[in-house]
Design a protein around this ligand. Structure first.
Ligand SMILES: [Zn+2]
Length: 86
């Protein structure tokens, strides 16, 4: 990733039985990327729910984060990349 100039922004996983997911003790213990946003998808409710967290493994704690999802048509994304705008 570093060689390509890429940066880890987010990591996601699911909690199949949770309707309102929160990081588990294991999630906190294994969160080695303090600058990443951890997304957890809860699949235990009527509809899936997506939550975002900052996990501070070294302090053994987590905090919820707000996020916004923006959708862009694939064609528009390709055009933006061709124009060198991304
Ligand atoms: Zn988890």
């Amino acid at each position: 990733m570093r060689e390509r100039g890429e940066q880890l922004l987010a990591i996601y996983h699911s909690h199949p039985r949770s309707a309102d997911p929160k990081p588990s003790d294991t999630d906190v213990r294994l969160a080695y990327y303090p600058s990443a946003v951890y997304f957890i998808v809860g699949l235990g409710g009527e509809r899936p729910s997506l939550r975002a967290f900052r996990i501070l493994e070294s302090e053994g704690r987590w905090e919820p984060m707000e996020y916004e999802v923006s959708l862009m048509p694939i064609a528009e994304t390709a055009e933006t990349e061709r124009a060198g705008l991304s």
